[in-house]
Design a protein around this ligand. Structure first.
Ligand SMILES: *[C@@H]1O[C@H](CO)[C@@H](O)[C@H](O)[C@H]1NC(C)=O
Length: 394
């Protein structure tokens, strides 16, 4: 790496810093403070963020948007591409604070979104969605906004998110949709166990999504993998509290893309509702789940450590006496161990119309506290090998 030379100069109203990375490539840096963002958490800095983004996006060569230390109130921000710059770095040393009144963004889908952006790196930062007042509204049973996602990547490719923290999102913390090659590493997501629908990372209609070395504790799934997701890799994740790592819910729609090639390895679940779960509505659907590997998972007091539930139908709405159309095949569970908080530690409740096929259990050791756990199978076919406890019902 060539020695760094830093040259600063003022140009017009803004300050731009050129950092020499190599003799031929310069990264232009756009500091949101130079565009009028003010720390303190009171003044809306959205426009300053958007202007810094516009400059970074339209610059030639690599560019950086820099958010310094401090708390910045951002009402909402859509960072839209496509961009001219060859790559954009978002470096966040500070905290971004969502509106305190949930009505402001509660019906808008997301708080911060990147759309049609390629070659983006997001480093650091804390995103505080200020969810508690919306959750309190939801708890009263009154009609409340559904809530906004803290951070979304939509139709974006080649994205790295590293060292980010997401706290108390109103709804899902992070959503990836219509994207390819997005990697999350060393991220931390937290919301209380009782907070509704605060999934950690939700992935759908996307390919090549990786989640590494991260910690998540939420009121819903730590990671949920929805229709149209393929080539998903999750490794070294600690989950809890929350509802575990789920493929699903699937099959809500009659025409739906499948999920394939998902690897979830080296994960720990602590006091979660589920460990590794596949979940589908009990309704006709074109969807499927295939080529799934769950490997090296440690369960600590998990209610349903291994579960396939194809009879999901909240409030029995729209699926009475129907069977799931989702075809589940080639699902392997290897080296899954620890404790279940309920007696049934392994549950395969598959569709009567489409029994699960080629389910593989290998080296599974789950107990019900200190007691023997049970396995339960309905419409599930497959086999067990190695040491498997509770004894297999396949
Ligand atoms: C499955 O996904 C992984 C990434 O998670 C990828 O490296 C591999 O090539 C994919 N396999 C197939 C058959 O597409």
């Amino acid at each position: 790496m060539a020695a760094k030379t830093i040259i600063s100069f003022s140009s017009l109203a803004l300050t731009m810093t050129l950092i020499a990375i190599s003799p031929t490539s310069y990264a232009a840096q756009y500091n949101v403070a130079s565009f009028g963002a003010t720390a303190g958490g009171r003044t809306d800095s959205s426009n300053a963020f958007l202007r810094a983004w516009a400059s970074a996006c339209s610059s030639t060569g690599p560019s950086t948007v820099y958010i310094p230390k401090g708390t910045f109130y951002v009402k909402s921000a859509a960072f839209n591409g496509p961009c001219r710059s060859s790559s954009i770095t978002f470096r966040i040393d500070g905290t971004l604070l969502a509106p305190s009144n949930y009505m402001v963004i509660g019906n808008s889908g997301n708080w911060i979104i990147f759309r049609q952006v390629s070659r983006l790196n997001v480093y650091g930062g804390i995103l505080n969605g200020r969810g508690p007042s919306l959750w309190a509204c939801k708890a009263t049973g009154k009609s409340c906004p559904i809530g906004a996602t803290n951070l979304q990547f939509s139709n974006s490719n080649n994205v790295l998110v590293s060292g980010l923290r997401s706290v108390n999102s109103q709804m899902f913390h992070i959503v990836v949709s219509g994207s390819r090659n997005v990697k999350f590493q060393s991220i931390k997501i937290s919301a209380p166990e009782t907070s509704p629908n605060t999934d950690g990372i939700h992935i759908e209609h996307s390919m090549g999504i990786t989640v590494l070395n991260s910690m998540m504790g939420t009121g819903d799934d730590c990671i949920s993998i929805g229709p149209g997701a393929s080539n998903i890799w999750v490794e070294n994740v600690a989950c809890g509290p929350g509802h575990g790592i789920s493929i699903g819910s699937l099959g809500k729609d009659s025409i739906e893309q499948g999920v394939q090639n998902v690897t979830v390895k080296t994960v720990t679940f602590t006091d979660t509702q589920n460990g590794v779960r596949i979940k589908s509505w009990a309704r006709p659907s074109t969807g499927f789940v295939r080529n799934i590997l769950f490997q090296h998972a440690a369960m600590k007091d998990v209610q349903n450590p291994i579960i396939i539930d194809q009879n999901y139908c909240p409030s029995n709405n729209g699926c009475p006496n129907k069977a799931s159309g989702i075809k589940i095949t080639d699902v392997a569970y290897r080296d899954i161990h620890g404790t279940s908080a309920t007696e049934v530690a392994v549950k395969f409740d598959c569709s009567s119309m489409n029994p699960c096929k080629n389910i593989n259990l290998q080296n599974v050791k789950l107990t019900y506290g200190n007691k023997v756990a049970r396995a339960s199978c309905t419409n599930a076919r497959g086999r067990a090998s190695g040491f498997v406890q509770p004894s297999s019902c396949l």
